[in-house]
Design a protein around this ligand. Sequence first.
Ligand SMILES: C[S@@+](CC[C@H](N)C(=O)[O-])C[C@H]1O[C@@H](n2cnc3c(N)ncnc32)[C@H](O)[C@@H]1O
Length: 272
Amino acid sequence: MNYRHAYHAGNFADCFKHALLVALLDSLSRKLAPYFVLDTHAGAGGYDLEAEEARRTDEATPGIRRLLQRPSPILGRYLGLVEQLGLYPGSPALIRAVLRGNDHLTCCELHPEDAANLRRRFHRDAHVEVHERSGWEALGALLPPRERRGLVFIDPPFEERDEFSMLTDGLRRGHARFSHGIFAGWYPVKKMAAVREFHGGLVSSGIPDIVSIELHLRETTNPERLNGCGLIVINPPYQFESQAQSIANAVLDGLGDNEIGAGATVIRLADE
Ligand SMILES: C[S@@+](CC[C@H](N)C(=O)[O-])C[C@H]1O[C@@H](n2cnc3c(N)ncnc32)[C@H](O)[C@@H]1O
């Protein structure tokens, strides 16, 4: 457990996944019926971008700080939440801000310090449960939810070699228990061979209705760098693909480096 999100909060990957996360939640909120959100790798919930950890890497400067300087209307909803929430929000804070009266969030976080932060943040909040447990295990234990509708957000640290296969396996197990749920799983783009193998595994899993949204900052010539990232979405809401394309384009334009090989794409991996 070396990964600490405090060093990476506010980077381009956060902006990309959080803007899409908010869009998915808003689509769930269009129907009156309550929904459930499982955040399997929740982190600390909120981060001080002026703290030592964030300053050491300074990943927020070419990330969220830049997006806030030149706010695109397409990102207005997401950036508005970031500004409104004060302390830079992680996924649990963003999700909590979108939940309505009868909706619920369960966060899983394995690092004791981050889990303790989450507990403090959501102390006495009847809408949120915090579990200091493995999110991979929670996919089996906590699904399907009572609400029978909702979103499972899977955002692993990718510090282990086999995390692509853990993500495929987690999506497969989660989908087997909650086949109508929306699943969103983040992954890094370092080298394309690993991404192609991951997509191939998902296609052969037989899970229907999968799209992948990818943001590339540059060509993947150096596999040691985070050259981009993607989000797998199973059971995407109506018109989500075009919305996701616009969001990914807006994040890329806002970051504005425009290196060779930069681009944003939405790929359909499996039909409905
Ligand atoms: C990328 S960060 C999460 C960031 C968060 N989702 C957000 O968007 O603000 C990944 C987190 O997963 C935690 N973690 C690592 N292995 C885990 C596991 N098996 N189950 C739950 N959490 C885990 C790490 O401690 C870290 O806080």
